[in-house]
Design a protein around this ligand. Structure first.
Ligand code: ATP
Ligand code: MG
Length: 479
């Protein structure tokens, strides 16, 4: 069986200069071919018919076409050839008379080519043919619309009409690197920029939680499979646990979150190099204390970032972002990603002076930053599996096994003030005696405990690091 579609491209495309227009149409056609291949279509015919695109294929791809950037509307159509106006009125009238039965209807016609009748004339004659079968003509509030496109000697009768995503064909606007955590914000930010024709690759920082990273990868995959026809994005994975551990030891509490953000910009700048035209983040003014306008300024200045940062969500409220994530299909997965890294559970400065931030940020050794980048792993979003990378990171756990011994790695006075029920202080245990036990280590942010767990694993001790550190273990202690 063959399916036929008439695709209306975004209004911006036909009005571009001829050179640009040709490039945009060519990219759009190639992206549609990519979709057809993904959907298993074996034969197809693609044709540009005065600004629209006609597609005939063996697979039903109506809804998929509505998700190709650069497509504004898509309709399933019936195609017919005709000799004159009478012939066409009869052909369409016979096919649509059941549709108008008992209903008020309107005929909408658009026409291009040489004909000895006008669109209005055709609409009037078809209207007259259909009227006896219907409840009358109503051009303002019809129950059904009969839409016809007449192009030279062919006519296209619309069956289903969907409004599509709009935007520009992916690949017409270069490349950008999206800082991607997979929560509500970063997928929506990535979508909005990709929709304007930009090819996006994802840069993800591993903060110590295997499940958060696995989810981030799933969200990237979902976004890609649903919307990025014509593009095979990469997913860059950078392990930040060592830097976070260092940061948690050296940087003052109130600066940690902003230093981390500055670090993300610095790394993004280095990774992007000359390959990318911009970096994308899901930041929104004031959403978190590290995202106040003043802090955004300080972080950006101190990071020395050498590439523009696009922040398409700056003016969005959280509820608007969440509505968007429902619309683009990332809501379910994103809602499982816990928001932000609990690196600084205490107060964060909402206005950090550049000089202060600079002196805190400079505590991080540049060679540690370069090492993290040098160890970066690259995955192909469509075909790779994240588990290969994460297996070695699976010392992280988010529950306490029944027989486990819990060890607190913080300073002793903090341990005295509060510790997980039954937990021992790390400095006061004899590891030799515990070497056959399962150990769960926790610290403030989950970074130090992660590194320590890795060291113990190297000694054949079954040690885990508790995900997210103090804040999270307090939660399970309560429950
Ligand atoms: P999101 O909702 O996108 O997950 P978030 O609210 O969890 O973000 P924020 O602290 O608000 O995280 O971070 C703001 C932005 O910083 C994110 O939108 C994203 O662009 C970037 N970012 C945060 N965490 C990461 C990460 N683990 N890897 C890469 N980028 C990140
Ligand atoms: Mg956010």
């Amino acid at each position: 069986m063959n399916f036929r579609y008439l695709i209306t491209v975004s209004g911006e495309l036909p009005i571009k200069s001829s050179k640009t227009r040709i490039k945009f149409y060519r990219t759009l056609l190639s992206n549609i071919k990519h979709l057809l291949k993904e959907k298993g279509s074996k034969t197809y015919k693609l044709e540009i018919i005065s600004a629209k695109i006609f597609l005939e294929t063996d697979t039903d791809v109506l809804e998929d076409l509505a998700r190709v950037f650069g497509v504004m509307r898509v309709a399933k159509v019936e195609v017919m050839e005709f000799s004159d106006i009478k012939d066409l009125v009869l052909k369409i009238g016979e096919r649509t008379k059941d549709m108008v039965s008992g209903k008020k209807f309107a005929v909408r016609v658009s026409r291009s080519g040489e004909h000895n009748f006008s669109s209005e004339q055709f609409a009037r004659e078809l209207g007259a043919f259909l009227k006896p079968y219907s409840a009358g003509v109503d051009l303002e509030n019809p129950d059904v619309e009969i839409r016809i496109e007449i192009r030279d000697r062919r006519a296209f009768l619309y069956k289903n009409l969907l409004s599509a995503c709009g935007g520009l064909p992916i690949g017409t606007e270069g490349r950008a690197l999206s800082l991607f955590s997979g929560g509500f914000d970063s997928p929506v930010a990535s979508y909005l920029i990709a929709k304007r024709g930009v090819k996006i690759d994802f840069l993800h920082f591993f903060f110590g939680s295997v499940s958060a990273t696995r989810l981030a990868f799933s969200v990237a995959k979902k976004l890609t499979e649903k919307w990025f026809y014509g593009h095979n994005p990469k997913f860059y994975f950078i392990d930040l646990t060592e830097l976070i551990d260092f940061l948690a030891g050296k940087v003052r509490w109130e600066f940690r979150q902003v230093v981390l953000r500055t670090l993300m910009y610095r790394i993004a700048s280095k990774v992007a190099g000359k390959k990318y035209s911009a970096v994308i983040t899901g930041e929104s003014i004031g959403q978190a204390s590290s995202q106040t306008l003043a802090n955004i300024r300080s972080c950006e200045l101190v990071s020395g970032i050498e590439i523009p940062i696009l922040r398409p969500l700056l003016g969005f409220d959280k509820t608007e972002i969440i509505d968007y994530s429902r619309k683009i299909g990332t809501y379910e997965l994103s809602s499982k990603v816990c928001e932000a890294c609990a690196i600084a559970p205490k107060k964060v400065r909402t206005k950090t002076e550049v000089e202060e931030l600079k002196s805190e940020f400079e505590k991080l050794p540049e060679d540690l930053i370069d090492k993290a980048i040098a160890e970066m792993k690259t995955l192909d979003v469509r075909s790779s599996i994240i588990d290969d990378i994460l297996v070695q990171k699976s010392v992280i756990i988010d529950y306490i096994p029944d027989d486990a011994v819990v060890l607190d790695l913080r300073d002793y006075s903090s341990y005295i003030k509060w510790h997980y029920p039954g937990a021992l202080h790390y400095d006061n245990v004899n590891l030799e005696e515990l070497k056959d036990k399962t150990l769960v280590l926790y610290c403030y942010a989950g970074a130090k405990s992660y590194l320590e767990a890795l060291r113990l694993r190297a000694k054949n001790i079954k040690a885990y690091s508790f995900a997210g550190g103090l804040e999270n273990i307090k939660k399970i202690a309560k429950s």
